[in-house]
Design a protein around this ligand. Structure first.
Ligand code: ATP
Length: 647
């Protein structure tokens, strides 16, 4: 059996040195940057627009259907396709930096504005702009995705800083521990604490006590649904109580906001750094911009701006040179004062905060220059590039990383960079280096029926996970409005397409799809809805982009089905649904399974389900892989088995 790396007695790996890390990473970051740039339109003026649309980096033929003001003065533009109800397949995601252009303009022509993707629906994309573009919104438009070069620059800067300046910085004691030069240490005294959240389970309490005792490094290993973020929030509250100043980060904005939302329910002085368009509306009150506007220095800056406006008026009217010169001199002094007040307003907010929250790349903001923290805590650390973690880690003397290296790793675009180790995370590296000496695993899960959980627990977590009684036996038909039927009764379902003439095929982009399997998946979803399950409680997961497009087409815009979420495994990481349908797609005589065999991908797919997990696949094809064979055997033993021909 393939066990998780958390198992004890693991031989410790030799540590990579700081020098080796820097020299290996520098070229890999460049490779990844090149891969991202070549996948986006911004770099190449040569590619045709249609090719760019097919690659998913441009959406052509859009119309602006709504303009709203929100988010601290930002404008939100909602764009829909001129050609139909659903946007063409694309690779835009929330928080991507994008550029809006007239539809027909050539690639290098001027833009109408640069913005950030705020919200995505199947039929529309909403983008936040600093200002509304003045003209051109009434004509057909196109949106291009920009390569995020700033992030790569920040990573390179961090490598340079890591290689030379750390001896004097706040992380000078942490770096040797993270590169295996000095062992991690624990406080000798028992740490006493009273919980803020009295519901925490034994494994969460144990992890918190170890985290508080750690003097430099602690790894919080949180398998699916085990309350990792709940535990992170409690650790932050305990640290603030004992006087620590904390920098809390995660790879994604959503994960950071999730912590902000939960912390905001307590009396903690916190500030969220980041572009307002990237923040959830419910955390905007905690945003740096909002707090700065409320500060004294900010109102002084505001008064100065008013004064400057009046002086500018006088300047326009002034006739003689001496008066003009005097006014200009005064304006210059006021402008300097205004900038100083603005900076002071920002510094005041950051100085007063006990917890500063931002994404990993956001932590390189100039606003944090010179700030140091007693603790840097990183959630989703097993999904972040190691170098991105270092951007935040260099600001602290102690760190706690929370994550699960047995779920999906960060997405890497460059195949070469991935092969050479760019995707190996710091969490995984430290888990290998120090193992249980610095790590605690949460072992009670609050999401899945125990039959869904048991496969993942045995396969990846040494059978250590138990289901909390509140979820251990919960069924779909226990939900309000859901009837008990042959469709809602099973917890696990295996719908076998073997022998049903449902072969996979390739689309024009060389992505794989399986039309017969998609029809079965949608038919099962329809049966669930007919039994009273809410469409929004159902998710269909498939690893292939072409299958997603086909599934969405079958789902159509039917009011009853349109809220069924259809996405890749990556799109569902960190989330859950009452019922999950997995369409595995692969069905071929060569018995090839492609990247389905990645344990982490299948682990995430299955463990998104709370009450029912239905796998649709060709058991003959997928059983050619050892890991998947064991999964099918588990389902054959515990699931309701149906042939796809019954749909
Ligand atoms: N001790 C507990 N008692 C009851 N419910 C809990 C407890 N700990 C966590 N939960 C619940 O379990 C769910 C998952 O918690 P949380 O979001 O903290 O998990 P996570 O491990 O970060 O999730 P993911 O698997 O998505 O990474 C939440 O609904 C949370 O309220």
């Amino acid at each position: 059996m393939d066990k998780g790396k958390s198992s004890s007695n693991k031989k410790k790996n030799k540590a990579i040195t700081l020098e080796q890390f820097v020299s290996i990473m520098a070229p890999l970051i460049d490779m990844e940057k090149e891969a991202e740039i070549s996948a986006s339109m911004s770099s190449g003026a040569t590619r045709s627009l249609d090719v760019a649309q097919k690659k998913g980096s441009t959406i052509l033929n859009l119309k602006c259907v709504d303009v709203q003001t929100g988010l601290m003065g930002k404008s939100l533009l909602e764009l829909q396709s001129n050609k139909g109800d659903v946007l063409p397949p694309h690779k835009f995601g929330p928080h991507d930096v994008v550029i809006l252009k007239p539809n027909k303009a050539d690639v290098s022509s001027p833009s109408l504005g640069q913005g950030v993707v705020y919200q995505l629906k199947d039929s529309s994309i909403t983008v936040a702009f600093d200002d509304i573009p003045e003209d051109g919104l009434n004509s057909p438009l196109r949106l291009e995705k920009l390569a995020n070069e700033v992030t790569y620059r920040r990573m390179k800067d961090t490598l340079v800083e890591l290689s030379k300046g750390v001896q004097r910085g706040p992380a000078s004691d942490l770096v040797p521990v993270l590169f295996g030069e000095r062992p991690p240490s624990l406080s000798k005294k028992d740490v006493k604490f009273t919980l803020f959240n009295s519901n925490l389970d034994h494994s969460q309490k144990d992890a918190i006590s170890k985290a508080l005792a750690s003097k430099d490094l602690f790894l919080l290993h949180g398998p699916p649904g085990t309350g990792k973020t709940t535990t992170v929030v409690e650790i932050i509250l305990q640290e603030v109580k004992r006087g620590s100043k904390v920098l809390a980060c995660a790879a994604s904005n959503i994960a950071v906001d999730n912590i902000v939302e939960r912390l905001a329910q307590h009396r903690v002085k916190l500030v969220r750094l980041g572009h307002p368009a990237r923040l959830l509306p419910q955390v905007l009150e905690s945003a740096l911009d909002a707090q700065v506007l409320r500060g004294d220095n900010s109102s002084l800056a505001n008064d100065i701006r008013k004064e400057m406006k009046a002086l500018n008026g006088k300047l326009l009217k002034a006739k003689d040179r001496n008066t003009k010169r005097d006014i200009r001199r005064e304006l210059k002094a006021l402008s300097k004062e205004e900038r100083k007040r603005q900076q002071l307003a920002v510094t005041d907010v950051l100085k007063n905060a006990d917890v500063v929250l931002t994404t990993l790349t956001g932590s390189l903001s100039k606003k944090l220059d010179g700030s140091s923290f007693d603790l840097v805590i990183i959630d989703e650390a097993a999904q972040a590039l190691e170098i991105a973690c270092w951007i935040a880690l260099l600001k602290g003397s102690r760190c706690i990383l929370a994550g699960d290296h047995l779920q999906l790793p960060p997405t890497i675009q460059s195949v070469d960079a991935e092969k050479k180790g760019l995707g190996r995370t710091l969490f995984e590296r430290l888990a290998d280096l120090y193992g249980e000496e610095v790590m605690s695993m949460l072992t009670v899960q609050y999401r899945m029926h125990e039959h869904i959980m048991n496969w993942s627990s045995a396969e990846l977590y040494d059978s250590k996970i138990e289901a909390h009684p509140s979820v251990a036996t919960h069924k779909l038909y226990n939900l309000d409005g859901v009837v008990k039927s042959t469709v809602t009764e099973p917890t696990l379902l295996l719908v076998d397409t073997a022998g049903c003439d449902m072969e996979e095929k390739k689309d024009e982009e060389d992505s794989t799809l399986n039309e017969g399997e998609a029809e079965v998946a949608i038919a099962h979803a329809k049966r669930l809805v007919q039994s009273g399950v809410q469409a929004s409680d159902i998710g269909i997961i498939t690893p292939y982009a072409a299958q997603i497009v086909f599934l969405k087409m079958l789902r159509g815009n039917d009011d009853k089905l349109k809220n069924i979420e259809i996405s890749t495994v990556d799109g569902f990481q960190g989330r859950e649904k009452e019922a999950i349908i997995i369409s595995m797609v692969r069905s071929n005589s060569k018995k090839e399974v492609g990247f389905l065999s990645d344990h982490r991908r299948m682990n995430v797919a299955v463990t998104r389900a709370r009450r029912q997990c239905c796998v649709v696949c060709d058991t003959e094809t997928v059983s050619s892989d050892k890991f998947l064979k064991r999964m099918i055997e588990y389902f054959e033993e515990h699931a309701e088995y149906l042939s796809a021909s019954e749909y």
